[in-house]
Design a protein around this ligand. Structure first.
Ligand SMILES: Cc1cc2nc3c(=O)[nH]c(=O)nc-3n(C[C@H](O)[C@H](O)[C@H](O)COP(=O)(O)OP(=O)(O)OC[C@H]3O[C@@H](n4cnc5c(N)ncnc54)[C@H](O)[C@@H]3O)c2cc1C
Length: 361
């Protein structure tokens, strides 16, 4: 005897991926029309090549890229998108993303480039909006003789992107200095203020990265009182080390792989003989094996094939599994043929997460 669920499944024809994609495109067109109508002053680029908006200098056109001028217009934009069943993806400085050459015709990107408010709170903490660059944040801390953000001064991302990724360097991580984070949660369109503990920060990840649907609007940083000269000297020293070791003269997205427990990705890649290994315009940096650089005209496929070759070789030669740190779009890439499966990036592209109750209250 068939149960009710099997019967229903037979009666309801399954939606094919093509039908789903068509519906997404239709919703996106309606959303774009509504944004133009209701927010006529907002910067809205259509079919914008992403190579112009990311540090890899790679990527075809994204259907829409908006840049709200403040948090209020960002909220209004998100509400229009939600009414049209579209979940936006946020863009900071694009320093950790590989966009596909084919473009993303189902994606609405929201840039935080105009959300750059930053000030000192009466109790001495720093309030910074999502689009503030980490280098400006670190300089602001130095000017106010606040120590603890020296490690961040050479990371080319924003406060929003850095918080999602829990960016870090030279023994420091943003989680060490974040006191609280305000997000807009796409499923219920409400604002939440989360404490550091609620953000579930871990190595290069956070609650926001795992869940999707969380747009970081602003962050409060709690720092220690320090000496301005000593802070400046530390920043200079770390940035010199960065310039000495990293291929900053070529486009890249920073470290290509996360640090596997007990190892260094760069050392494993170097020992596997892959320094300088090239696919098309993508190369394992000669200067730092942990970086994949665009030596000229690299396509997203060059980078992807290179990453997979590195992953496969390191797994075969060293028995260590490498997980990409770079966010590869679209999110449904396959890694199963290149060693053990790794977690996929949890990026919401055009789908509103239904899990509206699971945010810490
Ligand atoms: C030369 C170079 C050196 C680097 N060195 C380091 C380093 O030392 N340490 C390190 O940790 N990283 C490093 N990186 C990587 C990168 O700079 C960081 O991961 C950075 O935090 C990414 O910030 P972004 O603003 O560029 O984010 P993007 O690349 O724009 O986005 C990254 C992710 O965050 C999401 N996102 C961005 N803003 C928001 C927001 N406001 N709300 C919700 N989601 C958002 C995006 O959707 C995406 O999923 C380096 C990169 C380069 C190119």
């Amino acid at each position: 005897m068939e149960n009710k669920e099997t019967q229903e499944a037979k009666e309801t024809p399954a939606v094919t991926p093509e039908e789903k994609a068509d519906r997404c495109r239709e919703n996106l067109e309606k959303a774009i029309a509504a944004v133009k109508r209701e927010l006529p002053g907002m910067t809205l680029l259509e079919n914008e090549p992403m190579s112009a908006h990311c540090s890899f200098r790679i990527g075809g056109p994204v259907r829409a890229l908006a840049a709200p001028e403040d948090v209020t217009s960002l909220s209004r934009l998100c509400s229009i998108l939600k009414d049209n069943h579209i979940a936006p993806m946020m863009l900071g400085n694009g320093t950790n993303i590989l966009f596909p050459d084919e473009g993303l015709d189902q994606l609405f990107l929201v840039s935080t480039e105009k959300l750059t408010g930053m000030f000192l709170l009466p109790d001495g903490a720093i309030y910074a909006e999502a689009g503030v660059s980490l280098s400006k944040l670190a300089s602001f801390a130095r000017q106010n003789e606040l120590a603890g953000l020296e490690f961040a001064s050479g990371i080319p991302g924003t406060v929003g992107g850095g918080t999602i990724m829990n960016a870090g360097a030279y023994g420091g991580e943003l989680k060490d200095v974040i006191e609280s984070v305000v997000i807009l949660y796409v499923p219920d369109q409400r604002l939440y203020e989360l404490t550091r503990e609620q953000c579930a920060f871990a190595y290069r990840t956070s609650l926001f990265k795992k869940m999707g649907g969380c747009l970081v609007l602003s962050v409060v940083f709690r720092l220690d009182k320090g000496d301005g000269e000593a802070i400046a000297a530390k920043m200079r020293e770390l940035n010199e080390r960065r310039r000495d070791k990293q291929p900053l003269d070529l486009p890249s997205a920073g470290s290509a792989f996360k640090r596997p427990e007990g190892y260094y990705a760069a050392a494993l890649i170097d020992e596997a003989g892959l320094k300088g290994y090239t696919v098309g315009g993508a190369q394992v940096s000669e200067k730092h094996a942990g970086f994949v650089v665009n030596i000229g005209g690299a396509t997203s496929h060059d980078v992807y094939d290179l990453l997979m070759h590195v992953r496969e070789t390191v797994w075969r030669e060293k028995g260590v599994q490498l997980e990409p740190e770079i966010i590869i779009l679209p999110p449904d890439y396959r890694l199963e043929d290149n060693g053990p499966a790794v977690h996929r990036n949890h990026i919401t592209v055009n789908e509103i997460p239904e899990d509206g109750d699971s945010l810490p209250q």
